[in-house]
Ligand binder design. Structure first.
Ligand SMILES: Cc1cc2nc3c(=O)[nH]c(=O)nc-3n(C[C@H](O)[C@H](O)[C@H](O)COP(=O)(O)O)c2cc1C
Length: 441
């Protein structure tokens, strides 16, 4: 793991000085996590002045020198600045100051996760490039970074004269109503990626992710790792079973007989849908455990899986129209446009760049999901405009879970929903079905 740079909170989402506005969720966060107070005012002053310079490298170096305690100080300094702007007129987020509370979650996540994750205000894959296993992108980290930059390049048209007052951002995926078109992305291999992170067990982690998503009116998820023993997988699905119909079961492209074993656990736990992250296939070629080693699939093998279950199967890791058509031919219920957060093949394009061509081929014929650096409600809106039916959220929910457990995950999703609603007002989109590329410009 590299030495530990970090960043201040973004002022938009900090608002840490706004304690009187905290909701029940924040009370729950406070009860769960003790607050650490910075003890070196000289460090605080130096660090906040560095953070105000454009020289990011100097700021990163300073973080490495002062370490984790100073990160807290940076947050406090930024919070003080944020508090002043909180005196501005009320925002769409109302008196509960939900965005400020997400800032608090990030602050706590930074304390829990540093240096595994610096909880950068812009989660762009730069500081953690190459940290794999870990939270970063593989190799030079360019696929992860391209996810970020391709989404930043998409612009929304501001159209405030539409009279569009109360947009409905709910949607229906596989017959289930979601409060917003965003769900958790499958995460697995936690012990391999984060061997030194002991703030919560795997079961506690998945319970936080799933419970928080359910509380926010959407779906949680679990992932998979090719080396996982069946007992560990069973324990994971014990958590899934507590939330019938509300969890995406992510299963690696194991050999079909082994895939079916995990599939049966997902069915018994009443999962909402199954994903097969076919893009993980590149990891199996040197694996000696032939009965579990991940493998690329043929259309016939995919079809065998589709026919073996009543659960909708989404093929995750699709980035081209041709592969989307093959998944359709196999009978898959959906595709997820994803490069696995840049963790399987470096130097791919970003998903916002890849999605439109896939949507042009299969929109309306199968469900289209996408992931890659979803952070704000505006990110959800952009991806839906580019052709997705819903997005998956990975790293940001992982941070939220570590920054305050289930209430923080729910808070993150609800904040994104509020941001999405505000963005829909201003892009003249009354509901999700009306969102299309016309709103981009
Ligand atoms: C630590 C880690 C573990 C992951 N595990 C899985 C997994 O088990 N199955 C899967 O389909 N994707 C997995 N992914 C990929 C995510 O589902 C998602 O595609 C990726 O993180 C991009 O979303 P993000 O940019 O919001 O993080 C994992 C990603 C990370 C960072």
């Amino acid at each position: 793991m590299r030495a530990g740079p970090g960043h201040v909170l973004s002022s938009e989402r900090s608002g840490l000085g706004n304690d009187s506005d905290n909701s029940d969720i924040t009370d729950a966060l406070r009860a769960e996590m003790p607050t650490r107070v910075p003890d070196r005012p000289d460090e605080i002053a130096l660090r906040s002045s560095l953070m105000d310079t454009p020289d990011r490298r100097a700021a990163l170096k300073a973080t490495a020198v002062f370490g984790g305690g100073a990160l807290v100080a940076m947050g406090a300094a930024t919070a003080a600045r944020g508090a002043a702007s909180d005196a501005a007129p009320a925002t769409h987020y109302g008196p509960a100051s939900a965005t400020g509370n997400v800032g608090q979650v990030y602050q706590r996540a930074r304390e829990a996760l540093y240096p595994v994750c610096r909880v950068c205000p812009q989660c762009d894959g730069v500081a953690c490039a190459g940290e794999f296993p870990g939270i970063g992108g593989l190799g030079a980290g360019l696929s992860f970074q391209n996810n970020f930059t391709s989404l930043q390049r998409v612009h929304l048209k501001l159209r405030p004269l539409s009279g569009n007052r109360k947009p409905d951002c709910s949607t229906v995926i596989f017959g289930q109503k979601l409060s917003l078109p965003a769900m958790a992305a499958p995460f697995g291999g936690l012990d391999v990626n984060f061997p030194h992170l002991h703030d919560m067990s795997e079961a506690q982690y998945f319970d936080a992710i799933i419970g928080g998503c359910v509380d926010a009116g959407t779906m949680g998820a679990v992932g998979d790792f090719q080396g996982d023993a069946i007992a560990l997988t069973q324990a994971r699905y014990d958590v899934v079973g507590r939330y019938p119909g509300r969890v995406i079961a992510g299963i690696k492209p194991r050999p079909n007989p082994n895939f079916m074993q995990v599939l049966r656990l997902a069915e018994a736990a009443k999962a909402f849908m199954v994903t097969i992250d076919i893009d993980s296939a590149g990891r199996g070629w040197q694996d000696t455990a032939a009965d579990t080693a991940v493998e690329p699939k043929t259309v016939a093998q995919l079809r065998e899986i589709v026919r073996a279950t009543r659960l909708p199967l989404v093929v995750k890791g699709i980035t081209t129209p041709d592969d989307a058509l093959l998944a359709l031919e196999a009978g898959a219920a959906g595709v997820c446009v994803s490069n696995h957060g840049g963790r399987v093949l470096d130097h791919t394009a970003g998903t916002a760049e890849l999605l439109p061509a896939v949507a042009d081929k299969v929109k309306g014929k199968m469900v289209i999901l996408v992931d890659g650096c979803v952070h704000y409600g505006t990110d959800v809106l952009k991806y839906v405009a580019l052709g997705a039916d819903a997005v998956l959220v990975g790293r940001h929910l992982w941070r939220a879970a570590h920054g305050g457990g289930r209430p923080a995950v729910a808070l993150f999703m609800k904040t994104m929903r509020d941001e999405l609603t505000a963005a829909m007002v201003l892009t003249a989109t009354p509901n999700i079905a009306s969102v299309n590329r016309q709103i981009l410009g």
